[in-house]
Design a protein around this ligand. Structure first.
Ligand code: FPP
Length: 242
């Protein structure tokens, strides 16, 4: 067993974001329907969330349903919406008990009124929890988020001379979270796919060659080791990590 399997690095990223990719391929390899892959993905999410709390990560952002995912077969879209509803029904109490604060990023108004209500209830119930903030990106797209921010600034009559990076940050769906330090994309795909495109400008990225349903606490720990070995320079020459 190497060092990365045994203990945690001293430097833990404050904010980890994850593109949970590979559910479909995981299912196909097992001759299962795609939704079985998504359900297996939920199980892994539960374990990774628990590990993230235990490892001391303060913000976890997960890409669960993109603005482009509406183009998938309607059965899969319906299935994913049912999964979200199910997760809220079954997991909310446990998340609340463990100090997880749930937030949503994306266009909530695109969901059914019943689902919107459940999401709002979950956000309200957990809003004072402090151990870990879980941002669920659902009906989320990075470009859409920037359009939403620009619209917000125009609607509020913001003077163009006052638009700077802090101002843009304040109008993003993630305005209450720091930028991600580490972004993990599973399944071996090397793409950003419209995820946190503003916020990840200086994030470290890792691309484990593992489908999401095979990704668990050990793989998360490995990604944290990868991160800890990087030197973050933020475009300069010397900034130490963290
Ligand atoms: C990408 O795999 C995964 C998704 C589009 C859905 C991810 C959703 C979950 C894991 C469950 C829902 C989470 C919550 C918070 C309720 P893919 O289908 O693109 O896989 P492929 O690239 O192998 O086809």
């Amino acid at each position: 067993m190497d060092q990365s399997e045994q203990k945690l690095p001293d430097i833990i990223p404050t904010h980890v974001a994850i593109i949970m990719d590979g559910n479909g391929r995981w299912a196909r390899e097992r001759h299962l329907p795609r939704l079985a892959g998504h359900r297996a993905g939920v199980e892994k999410l539960r374990r990774v969330l628990r590990a993230a709390v235990e490892f001391g990560i303060r913000y976890l952002t997960i890409y669960a349903f993109s603005t482009e995912n509406w183009e998938r077969p309607s059965r899969e879209v319906r299935g994913l919406m049912n999964i979200l509803e199910d997760v809220i029904d079954r997991e909310l109490a446990e998340m609340h008990k463990n100090g997880v604060q749930l937030r949503h990023i994306g266009r909530l108004e695109g969901l059914s009124p019943e689902l919107q209500e459940k999401v709002r209830h979950a956000i309200e119930l957990t809003k004072d929890n402090k151990r870990l903030v879980l941002n669920v990106a659902w009906n989320y797209g990075g470009r859409d988020e920037i359009i939403h921010a620009i619209q917000g600034m125009i609607d509020d009559g913001v003077d163009s001379a006052d638009v700077d990076e802090d101002m843009v940050h304040r109008y993003l769906f993630t305005s209450e979270s720091p930028d991600p330090d580490l972004v993990i994309r599973t399944s071996g795909e090397l793409r950003v796919s419209n995820f946190l495109i503003w916020q990840s400008a200086y994030s470290e990225w890792v691309f484990p060659d593992t489908y999401w349903p095979d990704f668990g606490p050990d793989q998360l720990r490995e990604a944290l080791w990868d991160y800890a070995r990087r030197e973050r320079r933020f475009g300069t020459v010397t900034a130490p990590i963290a």
